[in-house]
Design a protein around this ligand. Structure first.
Ligand code: SF4
Length: 310
């Protein structure tokens, strides 16, 4: 006979779903990270978008709301159109995604006649404010983040001067920053703090006057705290999220460094039976844009492998 038991522990960050079979010593544990899935900013942006689509029949968005196919399907079903560039905006509504956008795009949209609904995450907005205010005070803005990510473009796009974008501590741009007199450093919300600290050491050694703002958001910090522990506590890790999700990628990288048996999947179809051989505990987490039904489907699927855990 088989029964499920849900345990919530404040000490261990995550929720334990114990798959227990009789006799009692034969069991596989599925430990789901408490922070798995949607962050506050994504939930908020999604709600804004869906609420807008209920009232307005001509809603569009520049690119995908978040980097997840299931969420994109939901958005499309609600009637929101994804556009590559802005056209005539009269009678149309444009939703700005959670990652935010640059000032130029906002102004252009308004000029073209769009009604703009801004769903930029308030934590990203805060980074915009910090960067703009620092620039006004004469600081050169440095952004630690992915050069090709929309959030980073959005931050850089708030400024009059070109921001310096640094991708990692080995970035060649680090050689050129010595000429800067005073710099203000902000960080893409989903960066890995350990790597950022390495980069900061180099920046500080080159620029005398540096103001550093750790703008990694709280949900990311919680996710990263968990992922530094879970791969050590579990025999195997599964990280759920789309291939183009930057924060999922980061979670996977940290997990893989700590536990070789770490797998990054987008859906249950990618799960392989062989992974579960002799595995008694599986840790699961999911990126900030992974919807709950996807996580649930994967957990239900994993339950099929219970016999291999002995
Ligand atoms: S990851 Fe952080 S900054 Fe980005 S949308 Fe979520 S809460 Fe906001």
């Amino acid at each position: 006979m088989l029964f499920y038991k849900f345990k919530f522990s404040l000490n261990n960050f995550y929720c334990k779903i114990v798959l227990r079979m009789k006799p009692k010593n034969k069991q596989m544990q599925i430990n789901l990270a408490k922070s798995a899935g949607f962050c506050f900013g994504v939930k908020r942006a999604l709600k804004i978008a869906l609420d807008t689509a209920k009232l307005d029949k001509s809603v569009c968005m520049l690119g995908d709301i978040v980097h997840n196919e299931e969420v994109v399907k939901l958005i499309t079903k609600s009637g929101i159109r994804k556009v590559k560039r802005l056209g005539r905006g009269k009678g149309k509504t444009l939703i700005i995604r959670a990652h935010g956008t640059c000032k130029k795009t906002l102004l252009k949209a308004k000029k073209l006649g769009y009604k703009v609904i801004d769903a930029t995450c308030p934590m990203v907005k805060e980074t915009h404010k910090i960067a703009k205010s620092a620039e006004k005070k004469g600081f050169r803005v440095i952004i630690i983040g992915d050069k090709n990510h929309d959030e980073v473009h959005g931050i850089a796009g708030q400024l009059g001067k070109k921001a310096i974008i640094i991708d990692g501590s080995e970035d060649t741009l680090l050689d050129n920053i010595a000429k800067i007199e005073k710099a203000c450093v902000v960080v893409q919300s989903t960066q890995n703090l350990d790597k950022v600290e390495e980069t900061m050491k180099i920046i500080r050694s080159k620029v005398k006057n540096v103001k550093f703002y750790n703008t990694i958001c709280r949900p990311t910090t919680i996710k990263q705290d968990e992922i530094k522990k879970m791969p050590l506590d579990n025999e195997m890790m599964i990280i759920i999220g789309s291939r183009n999700s930057a924060n999922t990628k980061r979670l996977f990288e940290i997990s893989k460094r700590l536990n070789k048996k770490s797998y990054w999947i987008d859906s249950k179809n990618e799960i392989k039976k062989g992974w579960f051989k002799n595995v008694r505990s599986v840790g699961i987490t999911a990126g900030a844009s992974t919807p709950e039904p996807v996580i649930k489907a994967i957990i239900n699927h994993i339950r099929n492998y219970k016999y291999l855990s002995r």
